[in-house]
Design a protein around this ligand. Structure first.
Ligand code: HEC
Length: 435
């Protein structure tokens, strides 16, 4: 009981207030591209906004950025760029992969634009960052590379969705420490919009069992997943790799080849913690539940999942389809009186598959018996830009035009002793920080 009260206190403490306006001294009087803007773009934008990447234009040079000045101001002030759809008003705000600009950076950009977007002295421009080749392995030379069958994407046509399969060829179970999806070559990268990889186990008749365990997503600049130190994801012997793809045409026939690169713990080694990543909290407790979204209306779907063991939550990623607009995750603790806490909410846009990796010091720790509650909002009205046909009823299904509503949750189990120790350590750390 004591522990659980402590835990709730720990979580509440992790709610960070959004900082107020930027203080005047952080914003230069006369910001120039060379001295103030280029460093921001190099740090936060050009990983996508450079030739050959997913963004529509390059922001590497003054000449390239200048015509976009007003639009840049607008996109950063509304925090549409860099993309990060987490609701900043609610819950945990510290993440390993938060690309957001500071208020002072946003104010600097706004002032620069309002002053006519001057270049300053070109010689002051810092050297642009160097990037590894776009198809380099970010996880080092992988222990295993598997290639999916080639898919020829025609020059023109509708978006393509489906599955490709290949063998991992493993003789024994192994534990994945890092994994990356890699379209092979510049042209393949242009046609692969988005791809999810799964490990599918077969039953004794060689039939695949369900959709499999989710491994890694390739979307919007995201390719690699490196699991936290001491944790690993089990890849069962004899499982098959499934690639669930979304490909699109780019004006000429392109052979799309996609590879998975994987690093493992040594043969026979088991991780301290097995990392899970599962689809949880679909409506009615299922991934595909009973969604009922009348034409023109906004529907809310609720789903629940019980954690039978204590856990350390590492990642949250909303999943819906075209109609999805917003999702919240809440934990209902096994206490009396019962306590519930909204841990995070995030906006949703089907073109962006954003995952939120919790920072070490504030990642949620939950006791055994905690219930996850996922609420998802789906907007079937004409005001939802993602809605192709507001005159149709929508329900569950596998097609992109059908709906889904669940959260990907990454976690690893803790024993009750490990849980108590982690909570105590965190409290100690907080007390130290306060002194
Ligand atoms: C993760 C990749 C990514 C990052 C990081 C990113 N962008 Fe973008 N940006 C995109 C993509 C893709 C689009 C086009 C689709 C969209 O608007 O969602 C875009 C669109 C834009 C647009 C609108 C272009 C138009 O056609 O009107 C502006 C302006 C922009 N970005 C500026 C920025 C700035 C400034 C930063 C950094 C502070 C930034 N972006 C960071 C990927 C990114």
């Amino acid at each position: 009981m004591r522990t659980i009260q402590t835990l709730v206190a720990v979580l509440l403490l992790s709610m960070v207030l959004v900082p107020g306006g930027a203080s005047a001294q952080d914003v230069p009087e006369e910001p120039t591209f060379a001295n103030h803007i280029a460093p921001i773009l190099y740090e936060s934008c050009v990983n996508c906004h450079r030739p050959g990447q997913i963004a529509p234009m390059s922001l590497m040079t003054y000449q390239e950025a200048r015509p976009w000045a007003r639009s840049i101001k607008n996109k950063v002030e509304t925090r549409a760029m860099p993309p990060w759809h987490l609701d900043r008003r609610i819950g945990v705000q510290e993440f390993l992969n938060d690309p957001s600009l500071t208020d002072a950076q946003i104010a600097t950009i706004a002032k620069w634009v309002d002053n006519g977007a001057p270049q300053g002295n070109p010689a002051d421009t810092p050297a642009p960052p160097e990037f590894a080749p776009a198809d380099a392995w970010q996880i080092g030379e992988p222990d295993l590379v598997v290639q999916f069958p080639t898919y020829t994407v025609p020059a023109a046509g509708p978006d393509l969705f489906g599955n490709l399969f290949t063998e991992f060829g493993l003789e024994e179970d192994r534990y994945i420490t890092a994994i990356q999806t890699r379209p092979v070559g510049d042209r393949a990268r242009q046609v692969v919009h988005h791809a999810l990889s799964y490990a599918v186990e077969e039953d004794e008749n060689g039939e695949s069992m369900g959709g499999g365990t989710f491994l890694v997503e390739y979307a919007s600049g995201k390719q690699a997943e490196v699991y936290p130190e001491g944790s690993g994801l089990r890849l069962p012997a004899d499982s098959q790799a499934r690639l669930s793809y979304h490909l699109h045409s780019v004006g000429e026939d392109i052979d799309a080849v996609v590879e998975l690169g994987i690093n493992f713990l040594p043969v026979g080694a088991e991780p301290e913690h097995i990392r899970y990543s599962k689809q949880l909290g679909g409506s009615q407790g299922q991934t595909i539940g009973v969604l009922d979204i009348p034409s023109g209306e906004v529907a809310r779907s609720d789903g629940y999942a019980r954690f039978n063991k204590a856990a350390r939550i590492t990642m949250f990623q909303p999943h819906m389809h075209m109609l999805g607009t917003y999702q919240c995750i809440e934990f209902i603790y096994p206490t009396q009186p019962v306590r519930a806490e909204t841990v995070n909410c995030a906006g949703f846009d089907y073109n962006w598959h954003m995952n939120y990796n919790y920072a070490e010091d504030t990642t949620p720790l939950i006791p055994a018996g905690t219930i996850l509650h996922v609420s998802s909002w789906l907007d079937n009205s004409a005001s939802n830009r993602g809605n192709v046909d507001p005159s149709n009823w929508a329900g569950d299904g596998q097609r992109t035009i059908d709906e889904m509503a669940f959260a990907w949750i990454g976690w690893y189990d803790l024993t009750d002793e490990e849980y108590e120790a982690e909570v105590a350590a965190r409290q100690q750390q907080r007390a130290d920080n306060d002194n």
